[in-house]
Design a protein around this ligand. Structure first.
Ligand SMILES: [Fe+2]
Ligand SMILES: [Fe+2]
Length: 351
């Protein structure tokens, strides 16, 4: 990805380089005909001046855009190679909560770790899921800002595993002078996608310093923990991410349900940020926060599938998500969600 030097405010400057808006390279004519947005450019990209953020510690008059357009007069746009696949409304609505049964000790270690982390995250983000009959109890009520706290913490952690896995496979390929067989791209793309989730939610909120400190600490611990764990057992780590993504699908499903039940009134008619509209190529008329949550949930379901599948493979197997199949007419893993498998593909189905 191209790097630009920004003269934006200090706060934004620390985030700008890797966070620049993406231009949609290869934007198809078919997509254009469906009313999908034009690629991002310095000319067309407008950062809407937000009158408020739902989750903010900064006085209104001091709120600035986190990543305004770069001050680079010769640059028209910045492109990404990771163009997001187009999801249809029907495909996104078919995403469901699912769980892959743990089958061996490696699976149980992964599942146990996710359950402990889930407990910690519920504590941090002030989330308590009501038991049946407790739905009306005020202590279980979630607000838009509470959901955003949860999303931001979740997404800041979720972007780590793909980058660590991709980096370690890259280093292993160099070290052993052997091919990687296509895993690195998928893992790095997952990390990019998670970062886009975070950047999107950052457009809706401004975390307090306590949250920033928490994210910093969590990243330090999680990066190192995942790094060491991936060196020891990549298979367990992919299963762990598969289970983590199961939790992410649960989180987004519950927030969508609350939004549709009228419990999040501020989001009823709120438009998704421009960065999200461009990244997911959200069609005209489907650009609300609710639509955005459907897109994010579908991404999480895809990560769930990818990581459960990678955990089912041997380390030198070709990546089923970048492979070309001898018989393409049979359903097989791909970039989109048309053949989504909630619990992953088994090795003998794809290799
Ligand atoms: Fe995410
Ligand atoms: Fe994810």
């Amino acid at each position: 990805m191209s790097l630009l030097v920004s003269t934006a405010p200090i706060r934004a400057a620390s985030l700008t380089k890797p966070c620049l808006p993406v231009a949609i390279q290869g934007f198809s004519k078919a997509a254009a005909a469906k009313g999908l947005p034009e690629p991002l450019s310095a000319k067309t990209y407008q950062h809407p001046a937000r009158s408020h953020r739902l989750f903010s510690s900064t006085p209104q008059h001091q709120i600035k855009d986190y990543f305004p357009p770069p001050d680079a007069p010769r640059i028209r746009e910045v492109e990404t190679v990771w163009v997001h696949p187009v999801y249809t409304d029907e495909q996104m609505r078919h995403v469901t909560i699912a769980h892959r049964q743990a089958k061996d000790w490696s699976d149980w270690v992964a599942l146990g770790t996710v359950r402990v982390l889930r407990w910690g995250m519920d504590l941090v983000s002030g989330y308590k899921h009501p038991k049946p009959g407790q739905e009306g109890d005020p202590k279980f009520q979630m607000t838009e800002s509470k959901w955003l706290t949860r999303y931001i913490f979740l997404e800041s952690v979720a972007g780590v595993p793909g980058m660590v896995g991709g980096m370690l496979r890259h280093l292993r390929s160099l070290r052993r002078m052997k091919r990687d067989n296509g895993w690195i791209e998928t893992l790095l793309e997952e990390a990019f996608n998670e970062r886009m989730h975070l950047l999107t939610f950052m457009k809706l909120s401004e975390p307090k310093w306590t949250m920033r400190l928490l994210v910093l600490g969590a990243q330090g611990v999680f990066f190192n923990g995942f790094f060491l764990s991936y060196l020891m057992s990549p298979r367990t780590c992919h299963r762990f991410v598969g289970y983590l993504e199961e939790e992410a699908v649960i989180t987004y499903t519950r927030s969508i349900q609350e939004l549709e039940a009228g419990k999040l009134p501020h989001w009823e008619n709120e438009q998704a940020p421009e960065i999200a509209i461009q990244y997911w190529k959200m069609p005209e008329g489907q650009r609300t926060i609710k639509d955005l949550l459907y897109y994010v949930r579908a991404d999480e379901a895809k990560h769930r599938e990818v990581n459960h599948t990678l955990s089912n493979l041997q380390q030198m197997d070709p990546n089923p998500y970048t492979a070309k199949y001898k018989d393409p007419s049979k359903p097989h893993p791909g970039k989109g969600i048309e053949n989504l498998r909630a619990t992953g593909w088994e090795r003998d189905e794809v290799i």
